[in-house]
Design a protein around this ligand. Structure first.
Ligand code: IPE
Ligand code: IPE
Ligand code: MG
Length: 240
């Protein structure tokens, strides 16, 4: 089936899992798996452009990933900085807006600075939106939103009676980010691992055993085909 026939998908989110297993299978250090994983990001960004998917959100580092050995965390943060250094020019050329969600102030200074610079430089780009979830957790995001809401009520800028789902959504890390239509997890684990808990209420889920560094356009196409065959009811009943 050609891409033109696949159901339109506005926001794709991916839990990029399996870098460690990819490295282990090759007797390489885990950091080499992360490097291969980082190298795969642009390939999927390009495929999303080809398939007309405007928003791509990638889970790159969770609030729980700090539990890993310091050397692995450092390698991941260095890769993030490197990715920005190397790909910013491409983002500019292709009119891609570079975006991030998470507790960004908790990132190491160097990576955090590069990230904010790239976001600032691409903020007026009107094409695709690439969002990296960094130092991100779904529960921390909801807790952070609750705190901001409480502050707004305390300051008198928000009326308690006006707090509904839409109002709550405006206090998330990126209120402009639409809910994902499809969430892909690579490497076979059947769990959400604290990703986009609020936004995923009605997302379609797709899990593949393929490890993230091996997840190429062909695998993405399989996921899009599966999505195209889904019956999204949102709690209602579809007409026959
Ligand atoms: C995903 O790969 C990347 C991050 C979580 C940063 P993993 O490092 O979790 O790979 P596995 O799950 O150990 O194979
Ligand atoms: C989820 O993967 C986080 C990212 C992909 C960044 P993990 O490998 O950290 O998740 P668990 O530990 O298997 O749940
Ligand atoms: Mg993992």
């Amino acid at each position: 089936m050609g891409s033109e026939k696949t159901k339109q998908l506005n926001h794709l989110a991916i839990i990029m899992d399996g870098n460690g297993r990819w490295a282990q299978a090759r007797n390489l250090p885990r950091s080499e798996g992360h490097r291969a994983g980082a190298d795969n990001v642009l390939e999927i960004v390009k495929s999303c452009r080809k398939f007309n998917i405007k928003y791509l959100t990638l889970y790159a580092f969770s609030t729980e990933n700090w539990k890993r050995p310091a050397a692995e965390v450092n390698a991941l943060m260095l890769l993030l900085g490197e990715f920005i250094d190397k790909k910013l020019k491409f983002m500019q050329q292709e009119n891609i807006r570079f975006n991030a969600i998470g507790r960004l102030s908790g990132l190491p200074e160097s990576a955090g600075k590069k990230l904010l610079y790239a976001m600032e430089q691409t903020r007026n780009n009107s094409g695709n939106v690439l969002t990296l979830a960094l130092n991100y957790g779904g529960r921390p995001e909801i807790a952070d939103a609750a705190r901001k809401i409480a502050m707004a009520v305390k300051n008198g800028t928000l009326d308690v009676e006006s707090i509904d789902e839409a109002a709550f959504g405006r206090f998330l890390y990126d209120p402009e980010l639409p809910d994902p239509d499809l969430v892909i997890r690579t490497s076979g684990e059947l769990r959400l691992s604290n990703f986009l808990l609020w936004q995923m209420a009605y997302s379609e889920l797709y899990v593949t055993d393929v490890l993230w560094p091996d997840f190429k356009e062909k695998e993405l196409q399989s996921a899009l085909q599966a999505f195209a065959g889904r019956d999204r009811r949102f709690g209602g009943v579809n007409k026959a």
